[in-house]
Design a protein around this ligand. Structure first.
Ligand code: FE2
Length: 198
């Protein structure tokens, strides 16, 4: 069974860039839903194996990919944000790697911003480390589980589902993305990069 993470900051801590109402619904209702549904699927899979009845195996495994990825990405998302007052900065190691793989931090930020704007329908934008390529890349993800590179390690994720911004920003995606840069917790991003075996 998987567990919800506690929010690492108060529910109103990301204001004015990410308002309390949006975060409350996102964390307490939507994220909880992904965790609960994932646990429900895990139970059903165990029951299926115990009973030797694999009629629902296709549906359950597909659901596990969707709901489970939803739970994982939301955890990563909530953890890679922080109060704007935290003023975290990129580590020298990650800054060097970003410069090597994107040309400069500005180029990385520009690509991440532009690709976030064009994520199709409901999805995510991710800065990832791709072990097989030995480099950083940016990936647009559809739903929670489509369009990945196998084995990639997410370092920074941005939820581009409408539920993540519509209450506060309506259809103004660029404003939501611009606001996000103020509340990125670079300490967490550094930590994720530090934990990768390069
Ligand atoms: Fe979300």
């Amino acid at each position: 069974m998987i567990k919800m993470i506690d929010l690492p900051y108060p529910i109103n801590a990301l204001e004015p860039y990410y308002n309390r109402e949006t975060l409350a619904i996102h964390y307490e209702t939507l994220y909880k839903g992904y965790v609960d549904k994932t646990n429900n699927i895990l139970e059903k899979l165990e029951k299926m194996r115990n009973e030797g009845n694999f009629e629902a195996v296709k549906c359950l495994e597909k659901d596990l990919s969707f709901q489970g990825s939803g739970a994982i990405l939301h955890q990563l998302f909530f953890e890679n944000m922080a109060e704007a007052s935290l003023e975290s900065t990129l580590s020298e190691k990650l800054m060097n790697r970003i410069t090597q793989d994107f040309g400069s931090f500005e180029k990385f930020k520009e690509q991440f911003t532009e690709s976030s704007k064009v994520v199709e329908a409901s999805g995510w934008n991710l800065l990832v480390w791709v072990p097989k390529f030995k480099k950083l890349e940016i990936l647009q993800c559809e739903k929670h589980q489509n369009l990945t590179l196998w084995g990639c390690k997410p370092l920074l994720v941005l939820d581009m589902w409408e539920h993540s911004y519509f209450l506060q920003y309506k259809s103004k995606r660029p404003e939501y993305i611009e606001a996000f840069w103020n509340i990125v917790n670079w300490n967490k991003v550094n930590e994720r990069f530090e934990n990768i075996d390069i």
